[in-house]
Design a protein around this ligand. Structure first.
Ligand code: ATP
Ligand code: MG
Length: 447
């Protein structure tokens, strides 16, 4: 019977209306709009509109009213009509996209085709949107515009520019990729669709840069929470509620904030925040990132599995990271001074990637000079490492030298070449700590 029917009515039509029956926007209409206008065949359509895009050089093509565009998927040809019905009175019109598909193809291709439209439109949206960095206002500041103000996010760090153990970097990449594909899994488990990362290690080892790299990798906006501008637990909840999906929510220097009592939020307020309780109802995709210099004096409840899903250690430089930096900053893959540098690293001397990077930047016109200055800095072991700092830190009393920082905050001033070592204060003769490590709670990883 179906066969006879198919012979008579070869095509089937599916309508995607702009508004649903309640007069609300139909999300799928917007997706189809993005998809259709991205098709190469739009250039062959009889009538196409041209608009300028965000950049002055961008030109965007858009299918005109009641025009047809063709597409092909899994060997099946389909047509889309941009249907617009205008009513004379009041200029009201009905808009829809009409899909024409052969019945014989429909059963095989329709579902994957609609899924394909979803994926492509997602991708277009992500590429189009400019990333933003949101910073929270204090509760009494600018309440009219909400608690967040935003600036364009222009951090240029990428996972490629970070010197880090290659295996670890790949693990982080696949962990992030797995997470963003796992909505159903999280929902099935009745959990908030969020993943919490802890980046810990001494000052100048790349934690903040790594957050920038994560945001660029995921194409996520960043919400940087300044806890000192949060009045209490409910204020923190409110801030979380006002963040959007697909974002990185960041609290930096959490150990210092807690240990120096720089926040008025309570431990339980912070724990609820980390659990994303207020958001679990909305199916929002969120990644939270916390940074610390050391986790030694932190309440274990805060670090327990499920609350922090992935711990990533950022250590001082070893010879491999040094080579990575030399390549990035100086364009040098091999150099006659490398064996000497390697020997010094093997003797236990080390510095932060930030300090080494600065020496390379200021001497970038001469790689030999840059490497010699790194060698000199590495050789002059001593007590400078304890000079300066972001105030007394938890890590100042840490037993492991690799966990100690005591370094000045690099953000406080722009250092000159000679001041670099003193400012960062990160030179260490140390019992070289293990390379960056990645621990996640066995129970949480969905593989
Ligand atoms: N692992 C790294 N790879 C590449 N560059 C690095 C690395 N670590 C630090 N840097 C460079 O040093 C500078 C300071 O690094 P960053 O601010 O990311 O360190 P941090 O660990 O966040 O320090 P702090 O604990 O003081 O906030 C950055 O501009 C970055 O370019
Ligand atoms: Mg930082």
């Amino acid at each position: 019977m179906n066969w006879v029917d198919d012979r008579i009515h070869v095509h089937q039509y599916l309508k995607v209306a702009e508004l649903n029956e309640n007069g609300q926007d139909n999300e799928f209409y917007r997706r189809v709009f993005l998809y259709i206008n991205s098709l190469p065949s739009i250039e062959d359509s009889n009538f196409t509109n041209l608009f300028s895009g965000k950049k002055s050089t961008d030109i965007i093509l858009s299918l005109d009213d009641n025009q047809v565009i063709q597409d092909e998927f899994l060997g099946a040809r389909v047509d889309w009509v941009n249907k617009v019905e205008r009513f004379d009175h009041g200029g009201v019109c009905n808009r829809s996209f009409l899909l024409r598909i052969k019945k014989k193809d429909k059963r095989r291709t329709l579902r994957p085709y609609l899924q394909h439209i979803h994926t492509v439109s997602d991708d277009i949206e992500q590429r189009r949107s400019e990333l933003k960095l949101f910073i929270n206002n204090g509760p009494s500041e600018n309440p009219v515009n909400g608690r967040w103000r935003s600036v364009p996010f222009t951090h240029h760090s990428t996972l490629d520019t970070i010197a880090m153990d290659a295996d670890l970097k790949n693990k982080v990449k696949s962990d992030l990729e797995n997470f963003i594909k796992s909505q159903n899994y999280y929902h099935k488990m009745g959990r908030a669709w969020k993943r919490n990362y802890l980046l810990y290690g001494p000052s100048g080892t790349g934690k903040s840069s790594f957050i920038g790299a994560m945001a660029n990798f995921l194409n996520y906006d960043v919400y940087d929470i300044d806890l000192s501008r949060v009045s209490d637990d409910s204020d923190l909840k409110l801030l979380l509620l006002q963040t959007s999906s697909r974002s990185l929510i960041v609290i930096e220097d959490l150990d210092r904030l807690i240990n120096e009592k720089l926040t008025t939020t309570t431990l339980s307020g912070l724990l609820n925040f980390m659990d994303g309780i207020v958001n679990s109802c909305c199916g929002d995709e969120k990644i939270m990132v916390f940074t610390m210099n050391s986790k030694e004096q932190i309440d274990p409840a805060m670090l327990r599995p499920g609350r922090i899903d992935v711990h990533i250690h950022f250590p001082f430089c070893d010879f491999n990271s040094f080579k990575y930096l030399a390549n990035n900053y100086l364009g040098v893959k091999e150099h006659k001074l490398f064996p000497q540098v390697e020997e010094i690293f093997h003797s236990g001397a080390t510095m932060s990637p930030a300090a080494i990077g600065e020496l390379m930047i200021v001497n970038r016109s001469s790689p030999s000079r840059a490497l010699k200055s790194v060698i000199t800095a590495l050789q002059s072991n001593g007590t400078e490492g304890k000079i300066g700092g972001k105030g007394k830190r938890l890590s100042d009393s840490a037993s492991s030298p690799a966990e100690e920082t005591g370094g000045a905050n690099w953000k406080d001033s722009v250092p000159g070449a000679k001041e670099v070592r003193k400012l960062y204060g990160l030179l260490r003769l140390k019992s070289c700590k293990s390379p960056s490590s990645f621990d996640h709670d066995s129970g949480m990883i969905e593989r």
